[in-house]
Design a binder for this molecule. Structure first.
Ligand code: ACO
Length: 439
């Protein structure tokens, strides 16, 4: 048997085509040769939401959504979450391998030395209203960094790209902490280079405030944050990572590209779901109201936020790990009663035909918000924390894109359904039906 082929027969013309199959995948461009008339453009592949389109090759993250498997560079997420610090995993994602102790020490120093923000960022932050959403502040500030580091435009230089990547990993927690302090009316706190990545974040968030945890509590909370960041670090071609690649493909610098990716994450169907879960739990309020809520979901009146996933048609392995972290955090912070509502919702949903048939399971966002709230974060901060962890994933994909010999500017096609050529009517003769025409 020769190379595997997909044989296609076009009933319009009677023509037959043999299309190469590699790794159970065909190249969309091979379909262009299929045409009724030689003058025609050729066959397109229609795929709204890219549900069945591989937009790139990647060596970073593997997901088997049917089996509930997630691996970074081949390492199972369960092992990474249990044994590694976040910066170790960041090294793995960006550099391709886990660091030795010596490499990790140098990597940590490099990241922490890049955690400081230019003083002008404070003035920039001051311009936001007191009730500005921290995610809006974060995406704007990351984009603004592009003006502070114009050298970032030299994306052809590997060493230059690396300088910006370390800057971003170092500065994201500081931006997050500034956004939080601004929203609370607290003075900004500078990073402490002697602390670990998540310990420093806790320091910048709460130092000198009534929420400042005792040192032994800070350690437990830092470990929990580290684990949450590991779970959020990458998830292959999700909406925000695809945005990073899409914007990056136009050779925009990494700050504006990452700001665009974080903006996609902000959406309630993506990283904003953890905030939406909390709002939903608050609205449900008590166990007695769960059945009515489930009825509304099944009637299509609303969604059970934190449930369902484009890729996972099984239990999201990250949700399983997060459930465990919750208990460790509650030992320090006290139990968040919303966990009982969430577990009951999960219990009912996993037993209900509507959810079972559609393979809807809790995703990473179902429990993370409850932990963040127990730690003292307002729901508006949840996606900001997600973005800190995901930064390295976005950057690893951006770096992979920059090295991809098949890289081209991302530019999908469309299936045009609008009117054929029309003749322009002079303005005084137009009937003003534009609104009715656009659906
Ligand atoms: N609650 C109720 N029904 C749901 C839910 C849900 N959370 N998710 C999907 N469904 C139903 C849909 O109504 C649809 O039913 P139908 O076949 O009767 O029409 C079916 O399941 C398939 O749903 P789709 O919307 O086609 O699935 P898709 O893959 O496009 O969407 C998504 C995935 C956006 C995550 C969806 O499940 C959802 O909206 N979930 C809630 C938001 C959420 O938690 N997002 C976080 C995802 S994780 C992350 O981004 C970090």
């Amino acid at each position: 048997m020769g190379d595997p082929k997909l044989s296609i027969s076009d009933s319009r013309t009677g023509q037959k085509y043999d299309i190469d199959i590699r790794q159970a995948t065909v190249r969309a461009m091979d379909f262009r040769a299929i045409r009724e008339d030689p003058e025609e453009f050729g066959m397109l592949v229609y795929d709204p939401g890219y549900t069945n389109t591989a937009s790139c090759t990647s060596r970073i993250t593997f997901i088997d959504g049917r089996k509930g498997i997630l691996r970074y560079r081949g390492y199972p997420i369960e092992q990474l979450a249990e044994h590694c610090a976040y910066t170790e995993v960041a090294h793995l994602l960006l550099h391709g391998e886990l660091p030795t102790q010596h490499e990790l020490d140098a990597w940590n120093t490099e990241i922490m030395e890049n955690s400081m923000l230019h003083e002008n960022i404070k003035k920039f932050m001051d311009g936001f209203l007191y009730d500005a959403h921290p995610m809006g502040m974060m995406v704007s500030t990351v984009a603004a960094l592009s003006t502070f580091y114009p050298d970032a435009k030299d994306i052809a230089s590997k060493s230059n790209r690396y300088r910006q990547q370390v800057r971003l990993i170092g500065k994201m927690p500081t931006i997050a902490a500034y956004a939080y302090r601004k929203s609370q009316g607290y003075p900004y706190a500078y990073p402490d280079w002697d602390l670990g990545y998540s310990e420093n974040l806790i320091h910048m968030l709460w130092n000198g405030t009534r929420r400042q945890p005792k040192p032994e509590q800070a350690q437990v909370l830092a470990r929990a944050l580290d684990t949450l960041f590991i779970l959020h670090a990458d998830h292959e071609q999700n909406c925000s990572t695809s945005t990073m690649r899409q914007v990056g493909s136009a050779h925009a610098d990494p700050y504006v590209s990452l700001s665009a990716a974080a903006t996609a994450l902000y959406g309630p169907l993506h990283g904003g779901a953890n905030e939406a879960v909390l709002t939903m739990l608050e609205e449900i309020g008590s166990m007695e109201r769960i059945p009515e809520f489930i009825r509304q979901v099944k009637a299509g009146e609303r969604r059970l936020m934190g449930f369902g996933h484009r890729v996972y048609k099984n239990y999201d392995p990250r949700a399983r790990i997060i459930r465990r972290i919750a208990d460790q955090v509650f030992e320090i912070t006290g139990r968040n009663p919303k966990i009982d509502l969430a577990r009951e919702l999960e219990r009912i949903a996993l037993d209900d035909d509507y959810f079972v048939k559609r393979r809807l399971y809790p995703n990473v966002d179902f429990y993370s918000g409850i932990i963040y709230q127990a730690m003292g974060f307002a729901p508006e901060m949840f996606t900001v924390l997600f973005a800190i962890g995901r930064t390295v994933g976005w950057l690893a994909h951006w770096e992979e894109l920059m090295n991809d010999p098949e890289k081209r500017i991302a530019r999908p096609r469309q299936l045009y359904l609008g009117p054929d050529e029309q003749t322009l009517t002079p303005i005084e003769q137009r009937l003003g039906q534009a609104r009715e025409k656009v659906s």
